[in-house]
Design a protein around this ligand. Structure first.
Ligand SMILES: *[C@@H]1O[C@H](CO)[C@@H](O)[C@H](O)[C@H]1NC(C)=O
Ligand SMILES: *[C@@H]1O[C@H](CO)[C@@H](O)[C@H](O)[C@H]1NC(C)=O
Length: 228
């Protein structure tokens, strides 16, 4: 009787556990994103001076899974006019962000810069003359595993100005990136279809907490990227 009971439990356990186990190993939670503040995180990447860069673009967790990896995101970024940094030379400090997913503060996975039409050398040009750039953070911790990529996008001044952000540089950076992303793009044999939706209420409006004292309009653009 004990054995029968045990195996009944084992069976129930297996039935209960298997979808979860599959969920944990293969599939993230099927949501666009989780609000980081709900898990004790923030919609700002920490600039290390008590202020932050707004995470003003989210690549939805409902995008094709192959977009939501470091390599996949770099390929996508190249399709929309960005590239990895100037020959791997990093000209600024990494910033951490806490996406409220149970991982706590984590440094950016990668930073990409506008490539001015040349994937290898163009980002060096961006470093010199300024342009759009973004840091990437994945929301993939145990308590809020949407798989979404949170981007801190901003338009920078040239390197001579120490990579400061241009006036309105967060909103401008976001809108410029979104304009080049929406629609059909492709790179290295992969074709992407991207749609955009604006979200309010995740970020505040104004300058409070924002690095360089630059006002933001409080909009986060959610991109859903589907590989064709
Ligand atoms: C981020 O990177 C910097 C420089 O490599 C390091 O000092 C810091 O501890 C890292 N922060 C986190 C949260 O991992
Ligand atoms: C999102 O907001 C920006 C700034 O107001 C605007 O330019 C853009 O057209 C909006 N995009 C969508 C998809 O509503």
């Amino acid at each position: 009787m004990f054995a029968a009971k045990l195996s009944a439990y084992a069976l129930a356990g297996a039935l209960l556990a298997s979808p979860l186990a599959i969920g944990a190993s293969v599939q993230r939670r099927a949501v666009a994103y989780f609000d980081p503040t709900a898990g004790g995180g923030s919609m700002f990447a920490d600039a290390g001076n008590g202020l932050g860069e707004p995470l003003n673009v989210i690549i939805s967790g409902l995008s094709s899974p192959d977009v939501l990896t470091e390599d996949g995101l770099i390929n996508y970024a190249q399709a929309i006019g960005f590239s990895t940094e100037c020959f791997g030379i990093h000209l600024g400090n990494p910033f951490p962000a806490n996406l409220g997913d149970g991982h706590g503060p984590v440094n950016q996975t990668v930073e990409l810069r506008q490539d001015y039409g040349d994937e290898d050398g163009g980002t060096c040009l961006e470093s010199l003359i300024g342009g759009n750039h973004f840091r990437v953070f994945f929301q993939n911790g145990p308590s809020a595993n949407s798989g979404a990529a949170f981007l801190a996008v901003s338009k920078e001044e040239p390197v001579t100005d120490n990579h400061d952000i241009v006036p309105d540089g967060y909103d401008i950076g976001r809108d410029t990136l979104v304009q080049s992303a929406v629609g059909i793009t492709s790179n290295d044999g992969v074709t992407y279809s991207t749609t955009a939706q604006n979200i309010t209420g995740l970020l505040p409006t104004g300058t409070e907490g924002v690095n360089h004292d630059i006002a933001i309009d409080g909009i986060v653009t959610l991109l859903t990227v589907t590989i064709q």
